[in-house]
Design a protein around this ligand. Sequence first.
Ligand code: PSU
Ligand code: MN
Length: 303
Amino acid sequence: MNEYLELSAEVAAALSGGKPVVALESTIISHGMPYPQNRDTALAVEKIIRDSGAVPATIAIIGGKLKAGLTGEEIEYLAKKGRDVIKVSRRDLPFVLARKADGATTVAATMIVAELAGIKVFATGGVGGVHREGNVTFDISADLQELAHTSVAVVCAGVKSILDIALTLEYLETYGVPVVGYGTDEFPAFYTRESGLKVEYRLDTPEEIARMLEAKWAVGLSGGAIIANPIPVESSMDGKLITKAIEKALAAAKKRGIKGKETTPFLLARIKELTGGDSLDSNIQLVFNNARLAAQIAASMGK
Ligand code: PSU
Ligand code: MN
């Protein structure tokens, strides 16, 4: 095993015993939600995965170690420290390891650790993508390149319209990343079930998704896949209301000159303020929904 990698006893036992394991990221804890909802959500997601018959592997960097499977204390620590924890994507990883520091892993960094550990399925809320005006700013999340190269399936609720969803889908197509609509013909937009953009492939069961992933990897098509799982109807938001909040948040980011890795956390926090917490409730529910599906896919792999 890699000298930087540390699996919890539960995750190590599940992997060696061929039991289903679902990876979870930690940037969503430190930078994606406020305390204490972030801690409560992280713990509840783990419980949902356990109740669905799989083992959760929440991933983060603690003391320069790539951890898969955190203790309750470690989750509490990352949740409480919030944005003071380093947000770690691919390019940040070597520095944080060498300094023996702590870090919250983005989708990209979580995929890297999951692949090292041998975990194939990962659940989160939303992935990063091509930002609006990305053709000018070049602000394209490293998550997309990771999906192009690292062989882990990411279950998410689509991407937020803080991004340019159409450009994000074009980018994924160019890099050969399969995008599945789970029970839908439309790519979901995180808070809402519709984005106005179609997916090429709709699959309606976890088994079909597992077969697709197995086929992909069996023929040497390395890289990830996006399993886009629309937010449950009862938790979804009013399209107009969320669009307004997003427009305001984007304008505020522009005015303040927010750039680089700060952009996504800034927008998420602003949207939460502007919607009076409704967006946070939706966000939490869609993560739960993704965790359930990811556990089912993980259980179907190799069957
Ligand atoms: N989108 C969300 N919630 C999140 C993130 C994105 O709706 O918490 C986080 C994820 O960790 C994702 C990261 O990997 O932000 C992307 O950041 P950036 O755009 O800087 O790559
Ligand atoms: Mn960026």
